[in-house]
Structures are given as C-alpha cells and as structure tokens.
Design a binder for this molecule. Structure first.
Ligand SMILES: *Cc1c(COP(=O)(O)O)cnc(C)c1O
Length: 435
C-alpha cells in the first residue's frame, strides 16, 4: 500500500509504522492472540466506511445515507452466520471485551452469579477478575484446572454448578492448551438452568477450520474476536440462538427473544455508531475464512504447535499438560529453576527477536507481574508460511535463551539467526513503499 501522503504530512507517525513493519518482518511472532491480516482486510479497513455514522442495524438506522453501509453490514452478518453455522450474528462489537460485556448486559442483572475459568487456570480478565467490570458488577464463581493433570475436571465443574446455580457458565481459554468440551458444558448448563456462553476468542480460526469442535450448535451465545486465529481486523462478533431458552425463568416480562436481547444490549445498550470500516474488514476476513485454503491454514497452525511443543519438550522444557491440542502452549519455568522469572525470560526472548508473553501457570505461586510461565502460539508464524522445520529451529533458539537468559551476547547472535530464518517469509513487502 502506498503511504506517500502520510510520509509527507506526518513523518513522525510514518516512521513509527516503518519501524513496526521492520520489527515484525525481522522477528518471530509467537503471541498466540496475534496474527497478520491480508492486504484485502487492510484495504477494507482503510476505506471511506471509516467516515460514516450508522447507529442501528441494516434497514433500521437513525441517520440517512445508509444504502451502501446496509449492504456491507448485511454481507458481514450473512457470512458470519454461514461461517459458524449460527442462527444469529451481531457484527458491531468493538472488541472482545465489549462483546463479553454486551452478553452480561443482555442476560444478567447486577450481582447475578456466573461461573468461569479462573484467570490463573487460563481464563480471561472479562470472566470475573476483581479489577474488571465482570468481577465488580457480577458475582463470580471460578472453576479451576486439576492441580495434578492441569486439565479441566468436568465432574468438579458440574458439582460447583449444581451447588451454586449460576445464571451463566462461560467456557473459554486464553492459556489452556487443550480442547474445550463444549457439549459437556452445555449439558451442565441445561441441567442447572444456566445460559451457556462460549468465548472462542482464541480458537475461532481453528473452529471454522474444522480442527476444534464448534460450540455454535449447542451454546446459547458464542463470542469471538475477529483478530486472533480468525485473521481479521481488530474487533469482535456475537453469535447466538434466536430463541431465549430460559425466557420464562429469567426474562418473563420481556418481549425480546435472545437475538433481540443481544442486539439491544450492543446498541443502544453499550455502543453508539458501529465502526463500519472494521465491519467491512470483518466481512472480507469471513470470506477468506470460507475458502479451502483456510482449512489448510488451520490444520497447519495445529501441526506447527505440535512441532514446536515436541521439540521444546525434547530439549527438556516443561510444558503445562505436557503438550498441546490447539494453537498454544504454556512453558512452565519452575522445573527449570526459574520460578517467577517469566518477565526476565520474555525480555531475553525479545532481545533474541522472538516475541512472546509472560503468563501465569496453573497454581503459580508468583504474582501475575512476575509469573512462572511463557505462553507461545503459532497462528502468526503460520500466516507467514512457516512449517514444522522452522518450528524446530525456533524451539532450539527458545531453549537456548531459557537455559541462559542472562547471556545477552548469545541473544544478539540468536537474533541474527532468527532474522535469517524469517527473511525467507516476507509478510508485507510493499507496505511502506513510497511512490
Ligand atoms: C482476547 C480475549 C478477550 C478480549 O478481547 P479484546 O479484543 O482484547 O478485548 C476476551 N476473552 C478471551 C477468551 C480472549 O482471549
């Protein structure tokens, strides 16, 4: 994309963009929630739709001039429904956190009880963290992974649900490297009259690619960002059933079905004008995700994660649950004698050209600022075209850095090797070219 105008009018911002392009071109991106969008998605996002106000939904707007916005948003909705086999789709949410907020706002009263995975076990901030709206305004009953197996224990989750009778149970992951058993979650929800929310932010690309079970046929509501493994623009969508299964119990006075409850929670409940340029980008990404190549992409994400995990384990790096079924893995630094050193290892890997994030491991004794884990994922490197053999090289580099995280000279050398490795996988070769 030509950026000559920006270069002319705002060289300072232009320079930060060029620097960022160079950073991603020359390094390895292993943050599991990140990805690289196509040029088509970027073009849709930098289109004139950024100018338009369109409060409301297609054919029910508050301002004029909506004939093209309506067509565009309807395409996004129809594609989202088809892609996920969902009955209803709302494509407005600005991001994953506002999407989850909208579901709470639609279904729960202040102070209502809900269940979710504890942050330390691999849940998300919006699932009841005491610093988040979900923990401040609603009553959170967390469930945990088993201390021995580090896996979800569905019997104990059922017991907690039967005892606590929550109004909603969330199934989701941000650092859990195994499959989520959506069917079992939904059975528990049915038995205790709770809404089921599947938050598939991280794994949406795997779900539509057919390498992770889909929750959409069973759950009441599914939320997902569009910018993680789904490889679209920063934003989110909410998918749901049309009928409110628990209408008589929880919303007897409402004339709204579930789809209408969700839509009115998003607008006018929480948001104003939708970000139309982003919605156009979402529609483009949904079309890309419907192509056969995307299935191959999703399969390769999982293959790459397995290759990375196997090589790390063969180099005596301990992984939570001893491996992965999805796109991510969590290194447990404690057996390497590095309890609470996640931050130092993250910084050392940064110096070696490998971008990761520090993360708590299950039952971590250290604080979230100095946790004992490193989280890795493969959606972004797979978008660059890397395969199993590159994963092995990257794993060897990571193992070297972990074993001697104070050796800065070694990190400088590894950074050169990494730059050499990734130079064969250019991402946006003409992005910053001037006319
Ligand atoms: C990323 C994520 C979110 C939040 O998405 P943002 O776009 O960062 O607000 C919510 N839940 C889960 C499980 C996530 O992984």
């Amino acid at each position: 994309m030509l950026m000559n105008k920006l270069h002319e009018t705002d060289p300072e911002i232009y320079e930060t963009i060029v620097n960022e392009v160079n950073r991603i071109e020359n390094g390895v991106e292993l943050i599991p929630s990140e990805n690289f969008v196509s040029k088509s998605v970027m073009q849709a996002m930098s289109s004139v739709f950024t100018n338009k106000y369109s409060e409301g939904y297609p054919k029910k707007r508050y301002y004029g001039g909506q004939e093209h916005v309506d067509v565009m948003e309807q395409l996004a909705i129809d594609r989202a429904k088809e892609l996920f086999s969902a009955e209803h789709a709302n494509v407005h949410p600005y991001s994953g956190s506002p999407a989850n907020h909208a579901v709470f706002f639609a279904l729960m009263e202040l102070g209502d009880k809900f269940m979710d995975m504890n942050l330390g076990s691999g849940g998300h901030l919006t699932h009841g963290s005491p610093v988040n709206f979900s923990g401040k305004h609603y009553r959170n009953v967390p469930y945990f992974v088993d201390r021995e197996t580090e896996l979800l224990d569905m019997d104990s989750i059922r017991k907690i649900a039967e005892r606590e009778k929550p109004k909603m149970i969330i199934s989701s992951l941000t650092a859990y490297p195994r499959e989520l058993p959506f069917k079992e979650f939904c059975e528990i929800c049915k038995d205790v009259d709770a809404y089921s929310l599947a938050d598939i932010n991280h794994i949406a690309g795997l779900v539509v690619g057919g390498v992770h079970p889909s929750p959409c046929s069973d759950t009441d509501v599914t939320t997902t960002t569009t910018h993680k493994s789904l490889r679209g623009p920063r934003g989110a969508i909410i998918l749901s059933k049309v009928e409110d299964r628990l209408h008589d119990k929880y919303h007897p006075d409402s004339k709204k079905n579930l789809a209408q409850l969700i839509d009115s929670a998003v607008f006018p409940g929480l948001q104003g004008g939708p970000h139309n340029h982003t919605i156009a980008g979402k529609a483009v990404a949904f079309k890309e995700a419907m192509q056969p190549e995307f299935k191959e992409y999703a399969r390769q994400i999982v293959k790459n994660a397995k290759a990375l995990a196997d090589e790390l384990m063969s180099l005596r790096i301990k992984l939570v649950t001893d491996g992965t079924d999805n796109h991510l893995m969590l290194i447990d630094l404690r057996p390497s004698g590095l309890s609470g050193r996640g931050k130092q290892v993250q910084n050392a890997l940064d110096r070696a050209g490998i971008t990761v994030n520090k993360n708590s491991v299950p039952y971590d004794e250290s604080s979230p600022f100095n946790p004992s884990g490193i989280r890795l994922g493969t959606p972004a490197v797979t978008s660059r075209g890397m395969k199993e053999s590159e994963m092995q090289v990257i794993a060897q580099c990571i193992a070297l850095v972990i074993k001697d995280y104070k050796d800065k000279a070694q990190q400088v050398m590894i950074k050169e090797d990494i730059a050499e490795l990734v130079s064969g996988f250019p991402l946006y070769p003409d992005l910053t070219v001037l006319e």
